[in-house]
Ligand binder design. Structure first.
Ligand code: ZN
Length: 89
């Protein structure tokens, strides 16, 4: 049902990788699965709606979980974001 690729999940200390099969479970643990399924979550950078198909990664920030879609520009922004040490890997 989902494309077979890996989703990096940025944690405070390290980059975790969760495969598609674990993604739904992981989102459920975060309490975000229903919100994603209902289209209530937006990409942190471009504000497009996040779905189970276009989700690229998510990371904790300011006590919440931020999501990033799989657009090239958003991946680029994410890498710059990490470079600025807003997130330490
Ligand atoms: Zn985006």
């Amino acid at each position: 049902m989902w494309k077979k690729f890996f989703h990096p999940i940025i944690d405070k200390e390290k980059l975790k990788v969760v495969c598609d099969l674990d993604l739904e479970k992981y989102l459920d643990n975060l309490g975000k699965l229903q919100a994603v399924k209902e289209g209530e979550i937006s990409c942190y950078f471009c504000e497009d709606t996040i779905t189970l198909e276009n989700i690229f990664c998510f990371f904790p920030l300011s006590g919440d979980v931020k999501f990033v879609c799989d657009k090239g520009e958003c991946k680029l922004k994410l890498s710059r974001f990490i470079d600025k040490d807003k997130i330490s890997l």
